[in-house]
Design a protein around this ligand. Structure first.
Ligand SMILES: [Zn+2]
Length: 133
């Protein structure tokens, strides 16, 4: 799944103002079964991509590799590789568990002020949160 904009409005400057969202159904990268997540909750309860605690023990390389499976690839920003979400929004991660195989996953969504006073939230998908063997 590639990023799907689920909120695009003049409101939402505080993530708590984003209206409740339908759960996003997507395939688990581990068992390929359906799992779901609430993209609003990824923003209200999740952590920034740059928060080392957010990505657990995953190295930056592994995290970038997994984000690439969602079509999120690094671009250069001030000369540094930098992964942006849909429409250049900031990515956030929320730990979730697959309802089928119970694997630890990260739900991925992005959020930000797309234009002055225009706030967008995009559901990006889910990635595996397990540290490679
Ligand atoms: Zn699964």
């Amino acid at each position: 799944m590639f990023g799907r904009v689920v909120h695009d409005a003049m409101s939402g400057g505080d993530p708590g103002d984003i209206p409740p969202q339908q759960p996003i159904r997507t395939r688990c990268p581990s068992c390929s079964g359906w799992t779901s997540f609430d993209p609003r909750r990824v923003i209200t309860d999740g952590r920034s991509l740059f928060d080392r605690e957010a990505s657990g023990l995953l190295s930056r390389e592994v995290l970038e590799e997994r984000l690439a499976t969602l079509g999120l690839v690094p671009t250069l920003w001030n000369g540094q590789p930098f992964v942006q979400g849909t429409a250049g929004l900031s990515i956030q991660l929320l730990p979730i568990v697959c309802s089928g195989c119970r694997r630890d996953l990260f739900a991925v969504a992005s959020y930000g002020e797309f234009q002055p006073m225009r706030w967008m939230l995009a559901a990006e998908g889910v990635i595996d949160a397990m540290v490679p063997e």
